[in-house]
Design a protein. Sequence first.
Length: 220
Amino acid sequence: MKKSSPSQTQVRSRDPERTKGEILHAALAEFAAHGYDGAKVQKISESAGCNPRLIYHYYDNKECLYLAVLRHIYAEIRAREDELRLEALPPDQAIVRLAELTFDFFQSNTVFLSITRSENLLGGRFIAQMPEIQKMSTPFLNKISDVLKRGHAEGVFRDGIDALQLYVSIVALSAHHINASHTLSATFGTDVSKQEWRQTRKLHVVEMIRSAVALPESHS
């Protein structure tokens, strides 16, 4: 690893936010690749191009850095979801856009899937220490619930759809083919990582979600 020169260190000391951002970016990659237990602070410092002491200065320890990573990835997906402004969209369009965004987010943010998969293997013990994750997630779930209520009131959605159940279904349909890409490809002899296959998958997922919430047509 190329060591930082004294002048580089001085520049870093004058720009702590940039340094913290570089450390966080490096930590995201390291925790995604190796999980919490396998991740090394030394590797993170090398990737960030900084002295390990700076990591402990800004984040105290490995656990605090990992918590910062969790906070960052959840804040990112919540921010993207908020940008949809579901409350301003017609109900049927809101659900379609939510399904599309969730699918696209996971497709382009596999780090999120890797880190949350590792956190699940840890029994969710770190995220359980972070009430702010639930605090930032509950309002979005309420927005989905409001969309479903509006859709039922307008006669386009069926009644009794649980917002959390729906969101978990969207997540599962949008993520499983990524999490199980290698085994699915080998099992069925089809490369499910190809862009063409995944575009078809996206259309399939969106149609499934749209059909799941739609009011059944009358056959009288």
